[in-house]
Design a binder for this molecule. Structure first.
Ligand SMILES: Nc1ncnc2c1ncn2[C@@H]1O[C@H](COP(=O)(O)OP(=O)(O)O)[C@@H](O)[C@H]1O
Ligand SMILES: [Mg+2]
Length: 241
């Protein structure tokens, strides 16, 4: 089992969009038994993928997995996508940093992931923004950190900050996100980092939030779907190396 965290210091850079679409690629294109674990109390991935009807959702339980009174398996749900399961977030995760701090267990997330090994080949973590106790747990637990970067000098600075914080502890894969090649700033950034994968700014990708499914399932030939598929292949290659 490999764990891939989709992480950034910043909000609104495409973390959730990447996580949902890459998880779909893992489950569908690579036939991996895949779990999307939503760690962000905003619960955007959970909203996009959860099949549970309102009223049948467990209430404010996401944090109980970390407090250790509930097994992750109890909260995991199937999605409409074959081989893709979801461990949903909810508002209880707002207290996660404090909980990790109080528990003083630096490897709690890592240990929980070990327990999921028999059931999953790939776990994708949709992370909340910021350098926090939660992100420290994520960095210790993940095999690869995918960092969406909207092309701009400020985003590159934020990425440098993360890389500095990590030292050489874990592999980081920056990805240019929401790219519009007609914009000079974007074209310049891509020229500076021609080896970073690119996800284009595209209305089909935006539609993911409306249709609540991965772009690969409703527009498989679109530029967005192709970009997620080739990014996923690059991730698989990196994990195999
Ligand atoms: N490649 C893209 N093309 C068009 N819209 C995008 C793209 N990536 C993300 N978005 C939109 O940008 C907004 C923020 O993306 P989101 O994935 O929620 O970011 P984050 O999880 O980092 O906060 C969402 O409305 C999403 O639909
Ligand atoms: Mg998000």
């Amino acid at each position: 089992m490999s764990t891939i965290a989709i992480y950034s210091l910043k909000g609104g850079v495409g973390k959730t969009t990447l996580t949902v679409n890459l998880a779909w690629c893992a489950a569908t294109l690579s036939s991996r038994r895949t779990l999307l674990w939503d760690l962000d109390p905003q619960a955007a991935s959970s909203f996009l993928l959860s099949n549970r009807a309102a009223g049948t959702k467990p209430r404010e339980q996401a944090q109980s997995v970390f407090a250790k009174d509930v097994e992750p398996e109890k909260l995991i749900e199937q999605t409409a996508v074959a081989r893709l399961d979801l461990l949903a977030a909810d508002a209880s995760l707002r207290g996660l940093d404090l909980l990790f701090h109080e528990l003083d267990k630096k490897k709690r997330l890592q240990k929980l992931l070990v327990g999921l090994r028999k059931n999953y080949d790939r776990v994708l973590l949709d992370c909340p923004p910021g350098l926090t106790e939660t992100s420290d747990q994520v960095m210790r637990a993940a095999d690869l950190i995918v960092v969406p970067v909207i092309p701009s000098p400020l985003s590159e600075r934020a990425l440098a900050e993360v890389v500095k914080h990590l030292g050489a502890k874990v592999e980081v894969m920056p990805v240019h996100s929401m790219v519009d090649r007609r914009r000079k700033l974007h074209a310049d950034a891509i020229a500076r980092h021609p080896d970073w994968p690119v996800i284009p700014m595209a209305s089909q990708v935006e539609q993911v939030t409306v249709r609540r499914e991965a772009v690969g399932s409703f527009a498989p030939r679109s530029a967005g779907a192709q970009a997620f598929a080739s990014l996923w292949q690059a991730i698989e290659r990196r994990l195999a190396a």
